[in-house]
Design a protein around this ligand. Sequence first.
Ligand SMILES: Cc1cc2nc3c(=O)[nH]c(=O)nc-3n(C[C@H](O)[C@H](O)[C@H](O)COP(=O)(O)O)c2cc1C
Length: 146
Amino acid sequence: MKVIIIYQTNYGNNRIIGQYAASTLEAWGHEVDLHNVYDITPNEVKGADFYLFCSPTHMGKAPRKIRSFLKAFAKVQKEGKYATIVTGLPISPEKRDGRTEEMLDTILSETFMTDAGSLRINSLNIKGPLEEGWEKKVDAFLETVI
Ligand SMILES: Cc1cc2nc3c(=O)[nH]c(=O)nc-3n(C[C@H](O)[C@H](O)[C@H](O)COP(=O)(O)O)c2cc1C
């Protein structure tokens, strides 16, 4: 399958997740391209079978850049499948409002792409590191969504 992974990052955590997911999916035989959202336009990445979007949470939301990218992407990519991996601080489940994941899904609901699912990974501080065992979570998630 042709897979494109797009991440946004300030401190590198979502790049690390994207790189890890890329190497896992390549090991499973998929053809994978990995991009920072600042380096590509929607037209340059359209046409793949599967997309993985990796995003931090900023002020309880998906950051502005990935939102604006996905709004434009939704106009050029109408089919295929996607999944999201979202990072944020470890807050208690009752306070976790899932707005970052929901915002990405709402934007992509403008397409006919299939939403394969979303995974949240905790970042122990603003700059990381990621929670222990995050790699296993990513592997298990990828198995269910690809
Ligand atoms: C400006 C800023 C705002 C943030 N706001 C939130 C927030 O509202 N909720 C949350 O759970 N994490 C928040 N975080 C934490 C990041 O989502 C988290 O550390 C993330 O893993 C960083 O990913 P990155 O290294 O790819 O940038 C914020 C981080 C930054 C830099």
